[in-house]
Ligand binder design. Structure first.
Ligand code: NAD
Length: 294
């Protein structure tokens, strides 16, 4: 009997692979960031699967827009709140369990505010960690115990390609999204050991066409950014990339497929995987990290 990272196989319980198919219809899903570009596409996709939805966002008007785009028969509850607060997630879970079986929690809210890491105001660092990282951790801590107790469920977090490969002038975003990837991988291993019927996935999209730049400024209460030099060039390149990015439905389709097939990694665009592979190759070769902004 061999060891896995020094852990004897007797205590290591691999999950039975991919054969089980998760039925989504007539169960309940929680979705944060549901007012945004990717969130509203996920909401429509889950509604098309027949799921009842608890949709959450900090912005009530954006949530209403998402609801207007859903089929009329969709059962939906709206919760306005801040994903950075643990109590918000407790409210989402109690709303969901009052509606039926909580099968899915998609922790998707996110913000990015560009700048150089030593210049970005600390409150912008804190906001990005609060929404992107704590917004996922609080969601896990609220939903996973319920899923373990009921014996099924699936937690999904939206990280980013920036959670696998670092870019300049987005360090709080990169740090928070790397943290989400690490958190979700640890969660995956823990669930395999403790509750193999509860699953997890992490989504790492590349550029997706959404109003994220403007929404993030609104979340931070920033009217105009004061960026100069390299920070400005990178911010412009990131925005141009987003504007030319894939449709948000690409992410929603990949998410549903991964949940149904019970897959951990969700990379809707293959170029993200190539970037991650290039990073690992450079680590192995002892070469410089690549700057994807160019
Ligand atoms: N657009 C892209 O190119 C891209 C690429 C990779 C990953 N992502 C990730 O996808 C997710 C969705 O992003 P999007 O592109 O749809 O952006 P978006 O701005 O359109 O949607 C994000 C939503 O999160 C909400 N939100 C922000 N702060 C919040 C808070 N404190 N509490 C509750 N809700 C809050 C916003 O109101 C907004 O509706 C994010 O996690 C983002 O990091 C986006």
């Amino acid at each position: 009997m061999g060891d896995v990272l020094g852990i004897p196989h007797t205590t290591y319980r691999p999950r039975p692979l991919r054969s089980e198919v998760m039925e989504l219809n007539s169960a309940v899903a929680i979705l944060t960031g549901a007012g945004g570009g990717i969130g509203s596409a996920i909401a429509r996709r889950l509604a098309a699967e027949g799921m009842s939805l608890v949709l959450a966002d900090r912005d009530a008007v954006m949530l209403e827009h998402t609801v207007e785009s859903l089929p009329e028969e969709t059962v939906v509850e709206l919760v306005v709140g801040d994903v950075g607060m643990a109590a918000h997630h407790e409210q989402l879970v109690s709303t969901a369990t009052a509606m039926g079986e909580l099968k899915l929690s998609v922790l998707n809210a996110g913000v990015y505010l560009p700048g150089l890491c030593w210049e970005i105001p600390l409150e912008q660092w804190e906001l990005q960690m609060q929404v992107n990282f704590w917004g996922v951790l609080h969601g896990i801590r609220a939903a996973v115990p319920v899923m373990i107790e009921q014996g099924f469920g699936h937690v999904v977090a939206t990280s980013s390609g920036a959670g696998l490969v670092a870019t300049p002038a987005l360090s709080p975003y990169v740090a928070s999204k790397h943290a989400v990837v690490g958190l979700m991988e640890s969660l995956h291993h823990e669930l395999n050991r403790v509750a193999p019927a509860v699953h997890s996935s992490v989504i790492c999209p590349g550029n997706i066409r959404t109003p994220m730049a403007a929404n993030s400024r609104a979340a931070a209460g920033i009217e105009t950014e004061h960026l100069l030099g390299e920070a400005l060039l990178v911010a412009q390149a990131v925005r141009a990339g987003n504007d030319a990015g894939a449709d948000a439905d690409t992410v929603a389709d990949a998410l549903v497929q991964a949940v149904v097939e019970n897959r951990f990694w969700v990379l809707p665009q293959p170029e993200v995987a190539w970037g991650a592979l290039d990073r690992v190759q450079r680590i192995m070769d002892g070469r410089e990290p690549i700057d994807l902004i160019g």
